[in-house]
Design a protein around this ligand. Structure first.
Ligand SMILES: [Zn+2]
Length: 91
């Protein structure tokens, strides 16, 4: 079975918020692609609040859950906290 990542980026018309809906499977392999997408989205709408919606994800590898700072998939469903992409360290 192929584990595919599908992502839908939903932009507010005023660009104040962006919701990234993740569907399919998030593995460590495509997790980096997800991070790149977050970084690109950040570039697209620099001042927008970006939230990562994982409720529709089929599954998350436990490594990804750890990387995101969650331990239980159930917590993801309950989480309304926006996840901000990692910022480069200040010079
Ligand atoms: Zn899968």
């Amino acid at each position: 079975m192929e584990h595919r990542l599908n992502v839908c980026v939903c932009l507010d018309t005023d660009m104040s918020s962006v919701r990234i809906e993740v569907r399919g499977c998030v593995s460590m392999r495509n997790y980096k692609a997800l991070l790149r997408l977050l970084a690109r989205t950040k570039g697209l709408a620099a001042d927008a609040q970006i939230s990562l919606d994982l409720r529709e994800a089929d599954h998350l590898d436990s490594d990804v859950q750890n990387a995101l700072g969650y331990t239980e998939l159930g917590e993801l469903a309950d989480s309304s906290q926006p996840i901000r992409p990692a910022q480069p360290a200040a010079a």
